[in-house]
Design a protein around this ligand. Structure first.
Ligand SMILES: Cc1cc2nc3c(=O)[nH]c(=O)nc-3n(C[C@H](O)[C@H](O)[C@H](O)COP(=O)(O)OP(=O)(O)OC[C@H]3O[C@@H](n4cnc5c(N)ncnc54)[C@H](O)[C@@H]3O)c2cc1C
Length: 392
């Protein structure tokens, strides 16, 4: 039995669900295929930070690397606007709080780095400005007096990662999209002017046809590319997060650090979420290939390092019990810029992944919806072209 769709989307994380919604609301006949359950992987286990400033991993390698990473700023700016409007546009109760973000500094070197970073971001149009110790005392008195300055970006904030992906899935269904969970894509091949997609269980695979295919498969992106004979290079990262017991409302901002890995925020129900890119251990097979189906393992040194930096800047955390720590796997790319655009050598196939794809998911989805419709995306995607690595 075969069925024909305008677009088949592979992956039911935040990106796949947002893309399905955006295509369906334009009238596209779209099918989303998810191997497991909606939001089961990175999209449901991340920190929910909406960070539009360059993150620590983008500035730790020096200013040239920061300048390169800043080429994604148009996607950040789109995302900042989109997130603010998503509850209205989707008619779903997506929890979004854009109450501002602070990237903090404890040393003169970190202050200089923040000043240079802020200058780069402002040149791209991000509303990010330096505040001094007096400014910190005014808007973030909860921070330690070791913090001497910060970059303050008013549009940053948080969204609830547990509910945002499913909200997009419901909006997609309401707009007419089809969604199949427990439906793994097993083969992809070019057929006529479109694509043939084999999906489903071992016992009852089904062949589906589509004019266009969208890969929204997170850490499985490279594997999907291999199925199509295309090179989609990504670097997998296993990361960990910790959540504490509830506290009375204290922290209104997303807090990051210019000198180390930290993201810190207070969820609406009062728990403090602590992360920022501390590694967990990705399991690998005998050949060294990462096994994304096995849960990464927590690293005690990461737990300790994350707790140390968090308590250093937020003294009130000392004595607040941690409820649980968990791990998840995500992707970055060698140049820290996302992959967004046509799959090289595969007409009618498009991909997006890389970096903070929770924050940037709505911008990626907007670009993908334009590409499948044959429109020029609003944002110039040349810096994110998946073919750039092949081109050297
Ligand atoms: C611990 C942690 C904290 C993070 N914190 C943040 C943060 O604060 N802010 C931020 O912006 N980003 C953060 N990230 C990154 C962010 O979570 C990811 O970039 C984002 O969720 C990726 O979304 P996605 O939809 O592209 O991928 P995923 O959520 O991974 O979804 C991909 C889906 O594709 C499916 N799939 C794969 N192969 C197949 C197949 N063959 N057939 C069918 N389906 C398939 C998978 O089952 C999966 O559900 C964090 C990541 C981690 C792990």
């Amino acid at each position: 039995m075969t069925a024909h769709f305008d677009t088949i989307i592979i992956g039911g994380g935040l990106l796949g669900c947002a893309t399905a919604w955006m295509i369906a609301r334009e009238g596209g006949r779209v099918l989303l295929l998810e191997r497991d359950q909606i939001n089961q992987h990175a999209s449901g286990s991340n920190a929910g930070s909406l960070h539009f400033q360059l993150e620590y991993r983008m500035i730790e390698g020096g200013l040239d690397k920061a300048r390169k990473a800043a080429e994604a700023m148009p996607l950040h700016l789109d995302a900042a606007e989109l997130w603010a409007d998503l509850p209205r546009l989707t008619a779903e109760p997506i929890v979004v709080k854009q109450t501002g973000g602070l990237m903090i500094a404890e040393t003169a070197d970190q202050v200089r780095l923040l000043e240079q970073k802020t200058e780069i971001e402002r040149a791209w149009g991000l509303d990010n400005r330096m505040i001094d110790r007096a400014g910190i005392e005014r808007i973030a008195p909860y921070l330690s007096d070791r913090v001497i300055a910060a970059a303050h970006c008013t549009t940053e904030g948080k969204a609830d990662a547990r509910t945002a992906g499913p909200a997009f899935a419901r909006a997609a269904l309401a707009a007419g999209a089809h969604i199949r969970t427990r439906s793994e894509v097993r083969a992809l091949s070019r057929r006529g002017r479109g694509w043939s997609v084999v999906a489903g269980s071992d016992e009852s695979p089904q062949t589906l046809q589509a004019d266009t295919v969208v890969i929204a498969a997170g850490v499985w992106t490279t594997r999907m590319g291999q199925m199509m004979g295309a090179d989609l290079p990504t670097i997998p990262l296993a990361l960990m997060m910790t959540v504490t017991q509830r506290m009375a409302p204290l922290i209104g901002h997303l807090v990051q650090h210019a000198g180390g890995r930290l993201s810190l925020k207070q969820a609406l129900d009062g728990n403090i979420l602590i992360g920022g890119g501390w590694p967990a251990r990705l399991l690998r097979d005998a050949e060294g290939t990462p096994d994304f189906d096995a849960k990464p393992q927590l690293e005690a040194s990461s737990l300790a390092g994350n707790a140390r930096i968090a308590m250093g800047v937020l003294p009130r955390l000392a004595g607040v019990p941690a409820l649980r720590s968990w791990v998840g796997t995500t992707t970055i790319t060698p140049d820290q810029l996302p992959l967004v655009g046509p799959v090289p050598g595969c007409p009618g196939a498009f991909v997006a992944t890389g970096g903070s794809a929770f924050t940037l998911g709505p911008s990626f989805a907007q670009a993908l919806a334009a590409l499948v419709a044959g429109r020029q995306p609003l944002t110039d995607l040349r810096s994110f072209d998946p073919a750039r690595y092949a081109k050297g």
